[in-house]
Design a protein around this ligand. Structure first.
Ligand code: SF4
Length: 274
């Protein structure tokens, strides 16, 4: 009898780049996600905890259903089937924030923006401007490496139709906020891929000690805002927030996003972050 497809990779069983261990604590609701995120002692443990979270029942069910059913092209591959943690340089000068992993991309490979068309565009651009070691990101353990950059998502689990609910976005915010707080000592620029990331990163930056403008500036490709550190925070340098259209298939197919447009944003981020 054929072995049934597994709904997820058990933590600490040898998957490349798996940050978790079998005893990594699991959040089973939003309150636990908040507590575990806030109390994570360092970035490694934070990512480990992100990668085993089960706080959102609808998203857990969806990500595991996708992992069991699989797309025909990947039928012979094991799927990650877990939240996709932040990935890249642990002391980045540039933090790139997206919406959520793709069902057959990050949810399959375990690395954000890896194994899908959006990631192909993103990593090719990062490589052209010197922020990624390779032009492609195909699977965890493929040798890809970010240089002075890190990628994270506002929601860590693949959502149906790429649409997390407001409650799911709120439940996942502590993971992003804790990650932003862990990396902001080195971060000089935050690139938001799409309007939802733009909105989702504001509360995380506020918690990390930055002063937010009122009203919030609108998202747009090339939108920029310099956020000063709050006098009460331990920060001193401001952080530059940059808007970038998401390299989704819809945007790249229609020409709303071009290679030159992506390169322009990441060149700006790279030059500012130096
Ligand atoms: S979306 Fe975020 S909070 Fe919800 S289960 Fe996934 S990792 Fe946990």
């Amino acid at each position: 009898m054929a072995t049934p497809n597994a709904p997820f990779v058990p933590p600490g069983t040898g998957w490349p780049e798996d940050p978790a261990a079998p005893d990594t604590p699991v959040a089973r609701g939003p309150r636990e996600a908040l507590e575990l995120a806030e109390k994570a002692p360092d970035l490694d443990e934070l990512c480990a905890r992100q990668s085993v979270c089960r706080a959102c029942p609808r998203l857990v069910a969806w990500r595991e259903k996708v992992a069991v059913e699989r797309r025909r092209a990947f039928a012979g591959e094991e799927y990650w089937g877990r939240p996709v943690p932040g990935w890249g340089d642990p002391e980045p000068s540039i933090l790139i924030v997206g919406l959520a992993p793709a069902a057959h991309g990050g949810n399959r490979t375990g690395r954000i923006f890896t194994g899908d068309r959006s990631g192909d565009w993103l990593f090719a651009s990062l490589h052209r401007v010197g922020l990624a070691a390779q032009a492609t990101s195909v699977y965890a353990g493929d040798g890809q490496r970010l240089i002075g950059a890190r990628v994270a998502a506002t929601v860590r689990c693949a959502p149906p139709d790429n649409k997390p609910t407001p409650d799911e976005r709120a439940a996942c915010l502590p993971w992003l906020a804790a990650e932003v707080a862990q990396v902001t000592p080195s971060v000089r620029c935050v690139v938001c891929l799409g309007g939802i990331a733009w909105q989702g990163v504001w509360p995380a930056l506020k918690q990390a000690g930055y002063d937010l403008p009122r009203p919030r500036p609108k998202f747009g490709h090339g939108a920029e805002i310099l956020l000063p550190a709050l006098p009460s925070s331990e920060r001193s340098d401001p952080v530059l927030m940059l808007g970038c259209y998401h390299p989704s298939q819809q945007n790249t197919f229609t020409g709303r996003v071009t290679e030159a447009m992506l390169d322009g944003i990441f060149e700006r981020a790279r030059d500012y972050g130096r």
